[in-house]
Design a protein around this ligand. Structure first.
Ligand code: COA
Ligand code: ZN
Length: 302
């Protein structure tokens, strides 16, 4: 097994049109979603999580997933991903020609029941089928492990449980896993410890960290994750976001703040910060209220 070489290159995945939009109260028109994704497609992202192929009754905001995929102009340098909860979602995603699947399951049994209306074993069984389907269609698979650092329904989550489920998916041949702090309960010490264990246990997997800034610890968690060797992060433009099935969930870490901080620290994000700020300003008009981004208010450090 080859350990991936450590570089300063950071891969950023944008999740605003999925995690960011899914709990917005007012439907955002399909053409506005497409225009935002097209603008972001030139900003230097490794990936854009365009939407999710979930039940339209569960997430009405993303009922237009197929139309959004059909409408965007793809930049070959960007991977266009969709979140997928079950087999029906995977079939719809294949029809939409998504570049990669992001499957989702919670480490917390209570959150898995609330979010996906089934137990973890049942989710795993369905996702196993989805992984086979993806393999047959040569589509790479990432698995997002929600509530990896704590759950607002179930409380503390044992790191051993996270590694157990990561191992089961790794054994099915997935390309990567995301450790998701769905309700912003991670702290820098817990993040450093879990990242080190995960990198050691899965030296060839792509490991992504997905933080929410619910309790103000988001960017501090990023710092310990990069120090532990993590190079892949999800973030949401403007800091929008939150799971509608997790009480108290709020926005993801903010993309422009993540990029601004990591650039200042000497990491190579390859991102166009000016374009991110432009997109973030447009987003404020789209959702019709002030968004969490502090950088949008203050402007970059000179
Ligand atoms: N896409 C479209 N329709 C879907 C679907 C999918 N992925 N999965 C299920 N459906 C439809 C079924 O066809 C069925 O429709 P019908 O009533 O017209 O026959 C209906 O939804 C119910 O199907 P069922 O299998 O009983 O699903 P469910 O109601 O138990 O919902 C999930 C299960 C997983 C699909 C649903 O809970 C969901 O989409 N959750 C997503 C949660 C999410 O994205 N959270 C935020 C991200 S972490
Ligand atoms: Zn999230």
């Amino acid at each position: 097994m080859n350990r991936l070489p450590q570089t300063n290159r950071i891969h950023v995945a944008e999740v605003v049109t999925r995690d960011g939009f899914q709990s917005e109260p007012q439907f955002i028109p399909t053409e506005d979603k497409i225009a935002l994704i097209d603008l972001m497609s030139t900003a230097g992202y490794a990936a854009i999580e365009v939407t999710s192929f979930t039940s339209p009754r569960a997430i009405p905001m993303l009922a237009d997933a197929g139309a959004v995929f059909a409408g965007i102009t793809r930049n070959p340098a960007v991977e266009y991903i969709a979140l997928i909860p079950n087999a029906r979602g995977a079939e719809r995603a294949l029809q939409a020609r998504v570049d990669a699947f992001n499957l989702v399951m919670s480490i917390s049994e209570a959150h898995n029941q609330a979010n996906l209306r089934m137990g973890r074993e049942q989710s795993f069984g369905q996702l196993q089928e989805v992984i086979r389907l993806a393999e047959a269609n040569k589509v790479p698979v990432n698995v997002s492990l929600s509530t990896s650092f704590g759950c607002s329904l179930a409380g503390a989550i044992a790191p051993d449980d996270v590694l157990h489920w990561a191992r089961r998916f790794a054994d099915l041949g997935v390309r990567g896993i995301s450790l998701c702090d769905t309700t912003g309960m991670a702290n820098p010490v817990a993040v450093g410890a879990l990242c080190q264990r995960a990198r050691k246990a899965f030296p060839t997997l792509q490991i992504t960290l997905h933080f929410h800034n619910t309790r103000g610890m988001g960017l501090a968690n990023v710092v310990t994750a990069v120090q532990a060797g993590i190079r892949r992060f999800d973030a949401s433009l403007g800091g929008l976001g939150g799971c509608p099935y997790a009480p108290g969930a709020t926005g993801n870490i903010c993309t422009e703040e993540l990029v601004h901080m990591l650039d200042l620290m000497g990491y190579d994000t390859g991102m166009n910060l000016e374009l991110l700020l432009q997109g973030s300003a447009q987003l404020e008009h789209l959702v019709g209220r002030t968004i969490p981004s502090q950088l949008l208010r203050a402007g970059p450090v000179l």
